[in-house]
Structures are given as C-alpha cells and as structure tokens.
Ligand binder design. Structure first.
Ligand code: PEP
Length: 255
C-alpha cells in the first residue's frame, strides 16, 4: 500500500546553523511519532544536505531531499548542482516542478522531464509538483493544466521508475497565501490525478502512488485534508520552518 508522507520544503530559508538546529529539533520530536507506513522528508537548501544526513544515519525515520537538480550529469554549468551530487551527500528525494521554479526560473514540462530522468538515473525519488494558477482555475482549465503537466513532465517514465515518484498537488493560488484548497477541492483533484495515473499505467500503480497536497497546509487544517481518500499527506512550506508546527502536521495522520 502507498505510504503516508509529510515533506517539508524549506525553500530559500535558514542559514546553516539555524537549519541544523531546526532539523535536530524535528528529529527529536518526530522519532516516536512516525509509524512504519509513514515517511517524513525534509527538503532543505543544498548547503544543509550533508549536515542533515549526519542526523538521519542514526534514526532512519526522516529522509532528506533537495528542491531542484540540474538535468545534466556534470559539465560547464556554473552554479548548478547535479542529481548525482545530491545523492552523494545522502539525500534520497528531489522536488521537481515546484510552481516557484516554473514561474521564476521558466522551468517547462519538457525540461522537468529531463530533470526527472536525471533524478531517477541517480537514485533520487522525485517529488513531482503539479497545480494550476488562480486564473486557470477560474477559467476552468485546472484539469487540463494538470493533465498536461503529468503527461509532459513525468508520464514518460516507465512504470518501474514511476513507482519511485511522489506526486504533489499544489494549487498555485494556495502556496504561501494562507488560502487553503477546501478538502473537497483537493480531493477532487487528487482523485483526478489518480485516475490519470491508472489510465497511463494501471490501477495497481495508481493505488500505490502517494499524492500529497501542498498549499498553506498547517496543524489546524492537516487532519481534515489527510482524512480524504486520495490525499496521502502534504508538502509543507511555511509550516515546515517551525518544528512544533511541522511535527503537529505529521501527528495529523494519527488524529
Ligand atoms: C510549498 O511551497 O510547497 C508550499 C506548500 O508552501 P506553503 O505551505 O507555505 O503554502
């Protein structure tokens, strides 16, 4: 059966020392809370990954990930970081296709497909983000947009590679805005995504794929979102920067 997952996305926050402090607090708080069918992931800036991996060695309960990778294996790409480099410091996940990368760095579905290949080749599990803007939702294009993001960005993977992917539905209008999708809105899209996976692969692949909700998820709304049939956890931005809030969101599975 698919895993229940809570993944934190620190974005471009936390200097090295603050990040290590936050992570050690999280490790101490969640160790007793995480059940076998649950996974907790922290996606930090690149600079923290090696330091964080020193903590995960002992517990094995929290995994770490990056927030982006370059599509090429190595070479003259000044300032970039490859999937292999990320793997080499102990990370096992990478967020791909976050709306901030799509919006501010012009990442297209075509580029994201290459990044997904690089991640898989190097043993990283992609957390692949999809989601519509407010304008797209208001003009009722949200299903179409999400279908296209899946088809062009991640559905080229063969089934055995796709089984390593976590999908995150993140409506752009809910990210960092304090406006959360209602549980009905989120469930509707999650069910739609699962149907798309079943149509592309098969029902068993669809049933085994964890689909996370992201967008102003917090300790107050997490339980009702996570109680939805097709919502398998959350990708958490702002609330992942406070150990208490992040841990309370993880506990929402047990409520
Ligand atoms: C995110 O950036 O992935 C996110 C969900 O942010 P927030 O929780 O702050 O809306």
């Amino acid at each position: 059966m698919r895993k229940k997952v809570v993944a934190g996305n620190w974005k471009m926050n936390m200097d090295y020392t603050s990040g290590i402090t936050l992570f050690s607090e999280i490790i101490n708080m969640v160790n007793d809370e995480v059940r076998g069918d649950q996974e907790v992931i922290v996606c930090s800036p690149f600079i923290h990954l090696h330091g964080l991996s020193q903590y995960t060695k002992d517990t094995g309960k929290v995994s770490i990930g990056a927030q982006n990778c370059h599509q090429e294996a190595s070479g003259a790409y000044t300032g970039e970081i490859s999937a292999g480099m990320i793997k080499s410091v102990g990370a096992s996940y990478v967020i791909l296709g976050h709306s901030e990368r799509r919006q501010y760095f012009g990442e297209t579905n075509e580029l994201l497909a290459k990044k997904a290949d690089a991640a898989i080749t190097n043993g990283l599990n992609p957390i692949f983000c999809v989601g519509e803007t407010l304008e797209e939702r208001n003009s009722e294009k949200h299903f179409e947009v999400i279908k296209q993001q899946l088809n062009e960005g991640i559905f080229h993977l063969p089934a055995n590679d796709f089984s390593k992917v976590i999908i995150a539905y993140e409506p752009v209008w809910a990210i960092g805005t304090g406006v959360t999708a209602s549980k009905e809105q989120a469930q509707e899209i999650h069910a739609f995504i699962r149907t798309q996976i079943a149509e592309k692969y098969d029902t068993s692949v669809a049933e085994n794929t964890s689909i996370l909700y992201g967008g102003s998820c917090n300790p107050k709304n997490a339980s009702e979102l996570f109680a939805q049939k097709d919502i398998d956890g959350g990708l958490i931005g702002g609330a992942s920067l406070k150990s208490r809030d992040f841990t309370d969101i993880i506990k929402a599975f047990n409520n």
